[in-house]
Design a binder for this molecule. Structure first.
Ligand code: DHE
Length: 514
């Protein structure tokens, strides 16, 4: 944006900002980087759906002062305060007609940067490659790959703007896949930190799932209302699946892989349905004989009307998020308004129980553990100061713990009896609360960085260390001893958010998100 800004310097104050004329201002000032259609180019998309995390006042500040560590330069000296205000308002207005984002547009965005064949056959480091972590740094939109044995940063590289949701790994842990809110899917080699391929699968994306056999990715979109299947090798698009039913279309709430079922399971925001999309070549038996023609091979299936077919399961409410039970037979979901939850059996294809799960949890927040021979699920709530613990057989809430505030994330590990939860949505955003999964009590509250935003815990492969995000611009990841809670090390980072240990993710550890 710098050169354009320089060229426009001094001329822009003359530009109008009245209603109807702000489009001209946008075209002159913003379009080169953010796209004439506001869908994004070298800068991110400027659509209300994509700006959900940015308050209008912050948008004005970015237009005025720019964004550190990006190409976005400030326009305070070139635009009047009214022009800045008008532009900020404009980018939150809906675009009159959203363009297509179909196979043609998706394919045109596809880029293979480093073919897999050019990569080394062995890791260029001695540490355990399955004990690496990726850390998403939201402050300056970077990713760090951290060596979990030496507790050092191995690689750091720029990411697409606003990655969101868990990083997903190939089943062997060699490659990592990221999704950005603007719909970009990136594949990176964990051993070298090199970008392999990228593609823009949507205009606004919810998340991405990787099949348990590592062959396919499924991207769930908010804009347009679609799911997009990609070939995991090079991210080549395979199929666009429009999300529609009963004459309506729907946003995707989330898509996850159900490994024993060899299928993707999808929750929808605007249709009272769950979709299951089998991907195994012989998917028939997995679906109890209810599905269908699985005849087409990978290459033949490219394009629409191809390989993947969705089985629609009717449910009595919209489902906004969900967790699987340990056998992947049932999903536990919260309703869209966050007032209650339900259990849906994927085999008998109907709701089988209600859940007392008010105050919607954030997706990926739930963990599962066994206490006294019973499988329990625990999750914090985004709006209540509570952690709910639910018996996965009776589906009753066995305990509701009062926490210091509403929380985002919870984590456990097979090698520790402690589950860690943040309370970062409340006033005491620096606190982490430790729950003993045997007694189901909060046994400690720690504040590793007093007064500062602390959230999202991830364990090392062996469960010995708990890695916590000090999620501020001049932040860090804090490596704590998981038994004594003492700090071992601090690695500076720019507003780190999520961290993902390769082994915990590829082994589907019950203490982590899948
Ligand atoms: Fe997330 C995961 C939805 C706000 C950070 N979040 C997810 C997932 C979904 C989701 C669907 C699961 C994706 C996956 O891993 O495959 N998030 C939502 C929301 O609906 C919500 C509440 C509003 C929104 O803006 O979309 C929301 N999320 C946030 C944030 O404000 C966070 C803290 C900062 C950010 O990046 O926007 C945030 N979300 C995360 C993280 C994960 C995540 C770090 C992965 C958690 C994990 O450990 O797997």
């Amino acid at each position: 944006m710098k050169s354009l800004a320089a060229a426009l310097a001094m001329t822009l104050f003359a530009l109008p900002a009245a209603a109807g004329e702000v489009e001209t201002l946008y075209t002159e000032v913003c379009a080169a980087c953010h796209g004439a259609d506001r869908l994004g180019a070298i800068g991110p998309a400027l659509l209300p759906e994509n700006l959900g995390r940015l308050k209008p006042a912050e948008a004005e500040a970015v237009i005025a002062d720019g964004r550190a560590a990006s190409q976005m330069e400030g326009f305070r000296n070139r635009l009047s305060p009214e022009q800045i205000k008008a532009l900020a308002k404009y980018i939150y207005s809906p675009v009159p007609a959203l363009p297509d984002w179909n196979m043609a547009e998706i394919s045109a965005s596809h880029l293979v940067v480093n073919p897999v064949e050019t990569l080394p056959a062995k890791p260029p480091f001695a540490s355990d490659p399955l004990n690496l972590f990726t850390v998403v740094e939201g402050g300056d939109h970077h990713v760090s790959i951290v060596d979990g044995d030496r507790l050092e940063v191995l690689y750091r590289f720029p990411s697409r703007f606003a990655l969101h949701g868990g990083a997903k790994y190939s089943p062997d842990g060699r490659f990592v896949y990221f999704a950005s809110r603007d719909g970009w899917i990136s594949k990176v080699d964990m051993w070298t930190g090199k970008l392999i391929a990228e593609i823009r699968a949507g205009i606004n994306t919810r998340n991405v799932a990787v099949s348990d056999d590592g062959r396919f990715l499924m991207v769930g979109n908010v804009l347009p209302h679609s799911l997009v299947a990609l070939d995991a090798r090079d991210l080549k698009p395979m199929q666009v699946i429009p999300v529609r039913g009963d004459g309506k279309t729907s946003r995707v709430s989330a898509v996850y892989t159900a490994p024993p079922r060899h299928s993707f399971v999808v929750a929808l925001r605007d249709l009272e349905e769950i979709w299951e999309i089998p991907y195994a070549d012989d998917a028939g038996p997995v679906m109890n004989g209810l599905v269908h023609s699985r005849e087409k091979g990978l290459e033949e299936g490219i394009g629409t009307g191809g390989r993947f077919q969705a089985l629609r399961i009717r449910i009595p409410d919209f489902m906004d998020d969900f967790f699987f039970d340990p056998g992947y037979e049932r999903v536990m979901g919260a309703s869209r308004d966050g007032s209650k939850g339900m259990v849906v059996d994927l085999d008998i294809k109907r709701k089988v129980a209600d859940l007392d799960l008010s105050g919607m949890p954030h997706l990926g927040s739930g963990i599962v553990f066994k206490t006294d021979g019973k499988w329990l699920m625990a999750t914090p709530h985004l709006k209540d100061s509570a952690v709910s613990i639910i018996d996965m057989e009776s589906w009753k809430t066995v305990k509701r713990l009062t926490t210091l505030g509403p929380g985002f994330f919870m984590r456990g590990h097979e090698n520790t009896p402690y589950a860690w939860v943040d309370v970062s949505m409340g006033k005491e955003k620096d606190a982490l609360q430790i729950i003993d999964t045997r007694s189901l009590e909060i046994v400690r509250t720690i504040r590793p960085a007093p007064g500062r935003l602390t959230r999202h815990v991830e364990f090392s492969r062996d469960g010995r260390y708990a890695v916590v995000s000090l999620s501020e611009k001049d932040g860090a990841i804090l490596i704590l001893d998981a038994a004594t809670f003492a700090e071992i090390k601090r690695l500076p980072m720019s507003a780190p958010i999520g961290k993902y240990n390769v082994w915990n993710k590829i082994s589907y550890s019950s203490g982590t998100s899948h």
